[in-house]
Ligand binder design. Sequence first.
Ligand code: DQQ
Length: 570
Amino acid sequence: MAVRTSWTWAFFLLLATMAAFSLPAAAATHLVFADLQSLQAEHVDDTLRTGFHFQPPKHWINDPNGVMYYKGVYHLFYQYNPKAAVWGNIVWAHAVSTDLVDWVMLEPAISPSAPFDVNGCWSGSATVLPDGRPVIMYTGINEQDQQVQNVAYPKDLSDPYLREWVKPDYNPVIAPDAGVNASAFRDPTTAWQGPDGVWRLVIGTKDNHRGLAALYRSRDFKRWAPARRALHSGDTGMWECPDFYPVTSPGVDSGRKHVFKVSLDLTRYEYYTFGDYDYATDTYVPDPSLADGNEGLRYDYGNFYASKTFLDAGKQRRVLWGWANESDSTADDVRKGWAGVQAIPRKIWLAPDGKQLMQWPVAEIESLRGKHVNITDKLVRGGSYFEVTGLTTPAQADVEASFQVMDLGKAEPFDPAWRAVDAETVCAARGADAKGGVGPFGLWVLASDELKERTAVFFRVFKRDDGAKHAILMCNDPSRSSYADNLYKPTFAGFVDVDIAATGKIPLRTLIDHSMVESFGGHGKTAILSRVYPTKAVGDKARLFVFNNGESDVKVNNLNAYDMRSAKIR
Ligand code: DQQ
């Protein structure tokens, strides 16, 4: 017994040591824990597993892959380790759904099996060809550990779930040419066809510090040739998981814009631009008003990475998926037996003013709403808070609220020094407990009885000195979210482009799902996803509050909170 105990301790000590280097803050990609990557989880700790966000029953997941809608069925593939709760042994796991809510888990669609992918089946995309056949293009890690691009086709098109996929022998279809960095050449996009009938796609790569979206062309989806110029590039390090697609703005005759998004391996953030794409010359020019680089607009200002969109032809909408990594330690992941969650699928479109993209959880998830609590016109005096009671499961809930600022004159001046820094720095300096003029006000979610564990999702309003509108900061402050040690607890933040002087109100929607706090400010203008690990505010012990730590009173015009049922993932 003593021997076993000391072995157990030694093992956890080893994990703890590794964990010190493995919090997401360290941000290293594709860290391989040789000793852990085939450590089957024998026990799964359900305490903080999500109820209505997508997760497989156990083990590690990362990027959404090849998402598509095909003949009435949504397909979600994703990076998965079938053997452990850490990254490694990567296959394309596969799940299907008819409503983006309930999922049927299938056998992995693509696993290492051939010289061109024997060391891993990494991210990629699906394209539906004009003859109706879907094709997957993914990155294989070949025998020489080079990154090459391979195709796979469904074995049996009459199977509505497209369970089996065949990799033709002529793979790889795109190999890194001389001069291309073969260990940084991955994540092909969905292909698009120009009026000339030629297929195009881009692949993420880099040239020293310059991230590149390498463009390739093909007439038959089999023989691909590199274009002379990349579709786009930027001085931001390796570009992973590029995405490129057209968007329109409903009801606005602004023409068609193309969105270009990349996931930045160095910072683990994503950014996007949109602009004009010319098929004839294959040039993409972002709108000049948009920042193109680290300061660029983000889909989500929180823990959201390797995202991918697909066109939902059934509902004529574009849907965005993204991966939320854990922010506890690797040792915790091994102990839990699982790691990684997919964010709620979000409808995405161009804002009517053409200034940014908007997002909103797909309407289907509202089918999970249960018991409902409504609060109308409730004043929250500066320095006070109240509990939203009546929900059965505040740890698994959907909350929509609209806050009215009663005295905008109390807004503090926006320190000009902050202009040079990002929202995150401002929010980290002025967290949820730092009293302000207008705000911080918002929600404390996943709060414990004695209120010592709580995650704050809130707004602060500042007066600008440059004559522009007020600056509205939306923050997620997890600094008090848990009693547990060894957690990465970054403050996340973004500005919300709402003219508060004109509207008087700021809307917020927050999806609370045990260890996920996924928020949308300004009707989907700013999104922030955060992972938290409460120890007391779990299950039916979690509570929900509205707080106001500013001088100005705030009125909750309307708050609708719903219990959320669990999705069926079987
Ligand atoms: N994850 C995949 C890569 C991709 C990275 C490997 C992004 O293809 O670049 O699991 O998270």
